[in-house]
Write a protein that binds this ligand. Sequence first.
Ligand code: CA
Length: 219
Amino acid sequence: MRILLIEDDELLGSGICKALTREAYTVEWVKDGQEGLSAATHETFDLVILDLGLPTLDGLSLLINLRESKSSVPVLILTARDTLQEKVAGLDAGADDYLVKPFELVELKARIRALCRRACGQNNSVVELGRLKLDTSAMTVWFDDQVIELNRREYALLLEFVNHPGRILTRSHLEDLIYGWEGDVSSNAIEVHIHHLRKKLDSSLIATVRGIGYRFNEN
Ligand code: CA
């Protein structure tokens, strides 16, 4: 899952980035409204976490602009302003959920999982697909009822496949998902992760679609 965080508070922003990166999310962090709007409209994210009080463009205006551009990306608002009118205004402008500061990171993480489940049409944190089972709240993977140890990037890739079974995922989509703005990604990085996933699971699970990318076969 690739998340865009738009938050100008250094301490809070870096805390969120660290916590979410540990959970196998790829987080891109911008600190002002204009830059945030540009990233949200020009790139693909699974979720936007949006602070309301931002320099150059406030969060509510950003959200209105984003929805006017026909983006349906799930948006979670972070706000210190806990008045009822502001929560209502945020939800009316197209936010999917909100969290009032200060909040606990465990609550933020649970709300992110809930929004991602909803976006993928799942109703609980355990996803079963053929011989594979994932508990997304515990980041645990079973294959044929055996626990499989995956690193953060392997887990993130597998989750993306499980969320899109049968669909071809391009290599550039997967590179964005796993590496985001890190840059300097070696050209075979994704191939290497896929190789490890096939070894740890079953080689037939992820098919290579020559010249395009990969497809997950549920069996
Ligand atoms: Ca702020």
